[in-house]
Ligand binder design. Sequence first.
Ligand SMILES: [Zn+2]
Length: 89
Amino acid sequence: MRSIAAGPAHLEAQRPDLEEYESFAVNLHSHARIPAHFSTEDNIDDRNEVKISGVIGSLHTNQPTAVFRICTGGKFINLDVQNLLPSLG
Ligand SMILES: [Zn+2]
């Protein structure tokens, strides 16, 4: 995926062209040192999509954080995944 604009709290990327029968399944990105959460911008990006969306964060610690949700084209269903992450300490 090609980056169009990137900053400490923002990334705009060009998605690859998909065939008619293809769709995005998972959108995963990092908030680096910030604890994982869905930002206002994430909510806007995900609001009309059907996919699984995930954010990882706290990557500078021994206990990274993660949040995932199912996006259903207007509603979000949060998934409890934090206990799936191993402690790196
Ligand atoms: Zn985000």
